[in-house]
Design a binder for this molecule. Structure first.
Ligand code: NAD
Length: 319
């Protein structure tokens, strides 16, 4: 039987499952999820070969971390069998990337996750802070936590792609191990592609999140808070409708599109049920064994062409 592919993350030595488990839904970000469903989803993910779990203190106001921690403990899996990333600097109370706050934040996350260390600690949505503070204060503080063994690797996350080059051009080589980009490598927006050679040249690992464009590329559609324009929402809805009429599933086509680029180590999908875990792993295995449904993908891309790479503003403007 085919197993889920593992891919190296930059120079870290970590091998991430190509489908990663986005745990923001465990913080009820996309609607209520019972603890039972959360535990069952994570258990099924492990069983099917997913070894990478991403959370943040921001998701559900710490709820996602707490539920993931409980779940990992309940499953009793050996610590070296799974990779956990969490984040710092973004909280329901607001943003704070100061050395003092992020240092305290890691201790708080470790307690909620019931872990001695996290594998990847990421500065969360840095476009909302001062990028110079990230370079001069936050990353050096995380470096100290790395030396203390509280975190193994350091990452940065956010929506605009220029934040990554800004930071990576200014930090000492090797001090940022990975980036997490979201909503920029899916059927409707593949802007991340242009940055991949630069990231490879820097030896920085690439995690791409939100292959379903945070719900735009699902039959149920996006949540109320989704920031896309009405034009983009309508185009994605039409693409979903086209798939449905052909007896196809837009989410499968979208996930396979994101997974096909091997320069991306892991594609993080938000999952909140056993069914979604099974569908997403099956889509990855089908891609490996049978390849993509190129015909439907082309038709969907044609529908999405007028909104290709359309995004939305995020963060404070940096001059
Ligand atoms: P996503 O594109 O993965 O979409 C998630 C939505 O799709 C949820 O409503 C989920 O229930 C649904 N879904 C999942 N599988 C499905 C399937 N097979 N069929 C139908 N619907 C399905 O967006 P996301 O959850 O925002 O992103 C994934 C993860 O990436 C997050 O959970 C988080 O861990 C991470 N992320 C990080 C950042 C950041 O650091 N700034 C931003 C976005 C996402």
């Amino acid at each position: 039987m085919a197993t889920l592919e593992l891919r190296p993350l930059g120079n870290t030595g970590l091998n991430l499952s190509c489908v990663g488990f986005g745990a923001s839904p465990l913080g009820n970000v996309f609607g209520q999820v019972s603890e039972e469903d959360a535990i069952a989803s994570v258990r099924e993910a492990f069983r099917l070969g997913i070894n990478f779990f991403d959370t943040s203190p921001y998701y559900g106001g710490t709820l996602s971390e707490t539920v993931l921690g409980k779940t990992l403990q309940a499953l009793g899996v050996r610590r070296d069998q799974f990779i956990v990333s969490t984040k710092c600097g973004r909280y329901v109370e607001g943003f704070d990337f100061s050395a003092e706050r992020v240092t305290r934040s890691v201790e708080e996350s470790l307690a909620r996750l019931k872990l001695d260390y996290v594998d990847i600690l990421q500065c969360h949505d840095i476009e909302f802070g001062s990028l110079d503070q990230i370079v001069n204060e936050t990353i050096p503080a995380l470096q100290k936590l790395k030396e203390a063994g509280k975190i193994r690797f350091i990452g940065i996350t956010g929506l605009p792609l220029n934040i990554f080059t800004y930071v990576l051009d200014r930090v000492p080589p090797g001090s940022v191990d990975a980036i997490l980009s979201y909503c920029h490598y899916s059927l409707n927006d593949s802007a991340l592609e242009d940055l991949l050679p630069y990231l490879e040249s820097k030896g920085v690992g690439v995690i791409s999140a939100s292959p379903l464009a945070m719900g735009l590329l699902t039959e149920n559609g996006p949540p109320e808070w989704h920031p896309a324009s009405a034009e983009l929402k309508i185009a994605c809805q039409s693409a979903g409708q086209l798939c449905k009429e052909k007896g196809k599933n837009i989410s499968k086509i979208a996930l396979q599109y994101s997974l096909a680029n091997k320069a991306i180590s892991s594609v993080l999908v938000g999952m909140n049920s056993v069914k979604q875990v099974e569908e997403n792993v099956a889509a990855a295995l089908e891609l490996m064994t049978k390849g993509r449904d190129e015909e439907t993908q082309k038709e969907v891309e044609a529908v999405l062409k007028p909104v290709k790479n359309q995004t939305w503003p995020s963060g404070i403007q940096q001059s």
